[in-house]
Write a protein that binds this ligand. Structure first.
Ligand code: AN0
Ligand code: CP
Length: 317
């Protein structure tokens, strides 16, 4: 594997999940692979899980790790070419990236959607500049349009918890006070469309996602109908994707919050969320604390998805 930016980079998904579950059984078996190799993790945005789980995964593989928080201590970076740099930005990404490449064998990048330009975001301008100019394998730690390490961990978790061969998996929008990217739901849809599941998306009108990720998946605007008979409820907020509302909040309607009354419509479904989650906006306390909530094992699998991806990158160095 040379880059990891979406589901396609994993090739056969069933094999990838099998490999991940093997790694989970014996996560220190590949320590030799990363000897004298350095994983640089570059964060343009905050993180708890991605930072810790990816660093742990790299260490499991025997790698050295360096973490750079671009906004805390590094020079302020310009990202657009052609700008006259007479403002507050000291360095251009076009120098910073190849410099970072000098010190790393593998580079992870977190660079969320900025919601200033849909084209800048959906062309994955920052991530692609790392791929183009670092000279090193690059993996996404949540870029503008996708969060493939999260969705891979989600799929591993569904595989572990499913009670039927083809479970019903429901991605539901839920309210949130701030405008969030579409990366998590995009990648979740991207993976579920390739997996052997009955996949349904439910959201208020106006929250339709990019067809490139949805690919004709079933959309049910009635959240209660969508929940009927579900085996997994995957909650997430996202801001509007469609023009002219790109990046905007259209609703904070708490009637979309996942509560126990709605969970009772499901087939005793498991509750999932990528975290961080705002309680009593996205999901009520009692649902996230219930035995059906698998948000912690889901987060634990972030180490496994990251290790599977890093292992494949190291095998190809
Ligand atoms: C981010 C998002 O929604 O993309 C990261 C989730 C993993 N969430 C927040 O910024 C709260
Ligand atoms: N789920 C996830 O990526 O969490 P962090 O934003 O804390 O890394």
């Amino acid at each position: 594997m040379k880059t990891y930016t979406n589901v396609k980079d994993l090739g056969n998904l069933e094999n990838a999940v099998k490999e991940a579950l093997e790694i989970k059984k014996n996560r220190y078996a590949y320590k030799h692979l990363g000897e004298n190799k350095t994983c640089l993790m570059v964060f343009f945005n905050n993180s708890l899980r991605t930072r810790l789980s990816t660093q742990k995964a790299a260490m499991n593989l025997g790698m050295n790790t360096i973490v750079l928080d671009v906004n805390q201590g590094a020079w302020k970076l310009e990202t657009e070419r052609g700008v006259i740099m007479d403002g507050d930005k000291t360095e251009h990404l076009l120098e910073a990236i190849p410099v970072m490449g000098c010190y790393a064998d593998v580079i992870g990048v977190r660079a969320f959607a900025q919601f200033e330009s849909k084209t800048f975001d959906y062309e994955e301008t920052i991530l692609n500049q790392f791929i183009k100019y670092s000279g090193k394998p690059v993996f996404s730690m949540e870029a503008a349009t996708a969060h493939p390490l999260q969705a891979f961990a989600d799929l591993i978790t569904i595989e572990e918890y499913k009670r039927t061969a083809r479970p019903k998996v429901v991605l539901t929008w839920a309210p949130h006070p701030k405008a969030l990217p579409q990366a998590v739901p995009n990648s979740f849809a991207d993976f579920m469309n390739e997996a052997d599941v009955d996949f349904v998306i439910t959201h208020p009108e106006g929250y339709e996602l990019d067809e490139k990720f949805v690919r004709g998946a079933k959309i049910e605007y009635d959240q209660r109908k969508a929940f009927a008979g579900a085996d997994f409820i995957y909650a997430k907020n996202w801001s509007a994707y469609q023009d002219p509302n790109y990046g905007k909040i259209l609703s904070k309607d708490r009637s979309w919050t996942v509560d126990s009354e709605k969970m009772a419509l499901t087939d005793n479904a498991y509750f999932m969320h990528c975290l961080p989650v705002r309680r009593n906006m996205i999901v009520t306390d009692d649902v996230i604390e219930s035995p059906q909530s698998i948000v912690i094992p889901e987060a634990a699998n972030r180490e496994i998805s990251a290790q599977t991806v890093l292992k494949r990158i190291l095998e190809n160095l």
